[in-house]
Design a protein around this ligand. Structure first.
Ligand code: GLY
Length: 571
């Protein structure tokens, strides 16, 4: 018997009479066949917010069992790789921004890298034309996965044995969990692509439709996770899993090889840190554009009394639109992997430079992207974000991705995980829009070993040197604007955390020269913006923002976005 109850904030599943028997595991107190979605929690000891209730619950159990925020973040991310295959992953990459209990700020880069056989024009034919969808779908679209190396690099700050952290993910894959309505619908939507881009059919392929409450069991993925448990990083980048990945490549003319896997490293980098109205903001440096874009946008509004202009008024939205336009114009021209291209970061965030950028700002009429260098930027929005905090003072923001929803749509035969299509985040043909509208400069051209530019913006805002806001979201190029709007909604507009997350967002990315708005955006503001000369475009949903805010009494207020199954847990 299956019973499904839906409440305003709660989805509740009961599938058959399965119960868990995962003694001594973080899953001991979690039933993957019966769970609810919780949007907000106030925790005293710790909190986790992620895109899936089971992943958030795993994280909190790890905290309860003596782990710190790093332990919980690792376990949550591994659980997401099982229960949220859309974007949770071991075949993709990501970024972590963290603040340790002793006050150290960290930025961990485990972004995918172009394989050794990659080259600048690999997605062009001999006449220089773009080759269909090869950077997006199938075997040639994948960069070297970075997630597993990232998890082991993060484990340097963890307290518990990695085996304990990966065990819940193994059990979720081996014994299964029930699908939410959104997940079932999402699987139904990719059936044709799965059949097209796989010769070994993955478990996600089903001849009848997926339904809410169906159980998903992933034996191949469980075995892959067990190899990681037993052999560490080598259990993924070498041995059987590497062999399965290279064999998969051969089935689809991919270029990922043994050396690419063996040589991949996650890198600790200097976080991008700046000051905003007395708060310290710590973000991700290159190859993410997130930290620099956030810095540019926040500094361009800092002296302009955003709070006095009012939330969602024509005045504040127009000002924020104009700073977004200017920051994104710089992104397309100057940003890329700083290990390969000299990105002029200090110039881009110099106060005088940013004031100069705003010199032609006119608060009475729409600016024009035609007077700035032309180009378009588009990136996939199917990414995922999680935040974790513990009572010791560790705070973590992680954004991780396969790029598109389900990445390249290719699942490694016998290993059970999706490979990313992150190669599409490079400028496929510098200076010229690709099939999907992406334009970038030489800064982000393809080169072997280079990491593709990202918009992921995991961010920690500190007040008096202590964590105040931990924030991030998926959303491709809309990520930095969503994080920007969420932070100023709390700091400048005085919104509650829930309002800052749930209120409609808007986005301008230079080109197309249009403000994209979510539904329910105030009509009066839109009418006034149109009058000023702005083009307005409608958008379904912008991001799935997750926030943990530290309250004046030291408690942790965690809020998961209501645009998805996002879930906040704490204790
Ligand atoms: N693939 C989306 C991003 O990295 O921004």
């Amino acid at each position: 018997m299956k019973k499904i109850c839906c409440f305003f904030w709660v989805i509740f599943f009961v599938a058959g009479c399965k119960t868990t028997s995962h003694t001594n595991s973080a899953l001991a107190d979690i039933n993957p066949f019966q769970f609810s979605v919780q949007k907000k929690i106030i925790g005293e000891n710790g909190a986790v917010v992620s895109a899936h209730p089971l992943a958030s619950k795993v994280g909190v159990e790890i905290l309860k069992q003596g782990g710190n925020a790093f332990d919980a973040a690792i376990a949550t991310q591994l659980a997401l790789a099982v229960v949220y295959p859309n974007a949770g992953n071991i075949g993709g990459g990501g970024f972590m921004v963290a603040r340790t209990a002793d006050g150290k700020l960290l930025a961990l880069d485990y972004r995918e890298a172009a394989p050794g056989k990659a080259y600048r024009d690999m997605y062009l034919d001999s006449a220089g034309n773009l080759l269909n969808d090869k950077s997006v779908n199938g075997h040639l679209a994948s960069g070297v996965p970075g997630t597993v190396a990232g998890l082991f690099a993060a484990a340097k700050y963890a307290k518990l044995d990695f085996k304990k952290l990966i065990q819940p993910a193994i059990e979720l894959a081996e014994k299964g969990f029930v699908l939410t309505g959104r997940e079932a619908e999402s699987f139904n939507g990719i059936q044709n692509d799965l059949k097209k881009f796989n010769s070994v059919m993955p478990v996600f392929v089903k001849e009848t439709v997926w339904k809410t409450g169906d159980t998903l069991i992933q034996k191949d993925l469980a075995n892959t996770l067990m190899r990681i448990r037993d052999s560490g990083q080598k259990g993924f980048y070498e041995g059987e899993t590497a062999k399965l990945m290279v064999e998969e490549m051969k089935r689809g003319n991919g270029i990922l090889g043994y050396d690419d896997l063996k040589n991949y490293t996650a890198k600790y980098r200097e976080p991008h840190v700046f000051n905003y109205k007395g708060y310290t903001v710590a973000g991700m440096p290159m190859p993410s554009s997130g930290g620099v874009l956030l810095h540019q946008m926040m500094k361009m509004v800092e002296k302009r009394n955003l709070g006095n202009l009012g939330f969602h008024t024509v005045q504040s939205v127009q000002l924020m639109t104009e700073v977004e336009r200017r920051a994104y114009a710089d992104r397309a021209e100057y940003m890329g992997d700083a290990d390969f291209y000299k990105v002029p970061v200090s110039k881009l965030v110099d106060d005088n430079y940013l004031e100069e950028r705003m010199k032609d700002y006119d608060s009475t009429k729409a600016g024009s992207s035609a007077v700035i260098k032309p180009g378009k930027i588009k990136e996939s929005e199917q990414t995922t974000h999680l935040n974790v905090i513990d009572k010791e003072g560790n705070a973590i923001a992680i954004t991780t991705t396969l790029n598109n929803s389900y990445g390249s749509k290719t699942v490694v035969g016998g290993a059970g995980f999706f490979l990313n299509d992150e190669m599409d985040d490079f400028s496929i043909k510098p200076g010229v829009p690709n099939l999907y509208g992406a334009v970038g400069g030489e800064a982000n051209a393809i080169a072997a070993g280079k990491r593709m530019l990202s918009s992921m913006t995991p961010t920690i805002v500190l007040k008096d040197n202590k964590p105040f806001i931990v924030v991030g979201t998926p959303g491709g190029t809309t990520i930095p604007t969503s994080v920007f709007q969420t932070i100023v909604s709390i700091i400048d507009f005085g919104l509650s955390t829930e309002e800052a997350v749930y209120k409609p967002k808007f986005h301008h990315q230079w080109l197309p020269d249009k403000i994209f708005v979510e539904k329910n955006f105030p009509e009066q503001t839109l009418a006034a913006l149109k009058k000023m000369g702005y083009a307005i475009g409608d958008r379904e949903a912008i991001g799935r923002t997750e926030v943990i805010k530290i309250l004046p009494d030291g408690k942790f207020e965690a809020v998961g976005d209501n645009r998805g199954d996002d879930d906040a847990e704490g204790w």
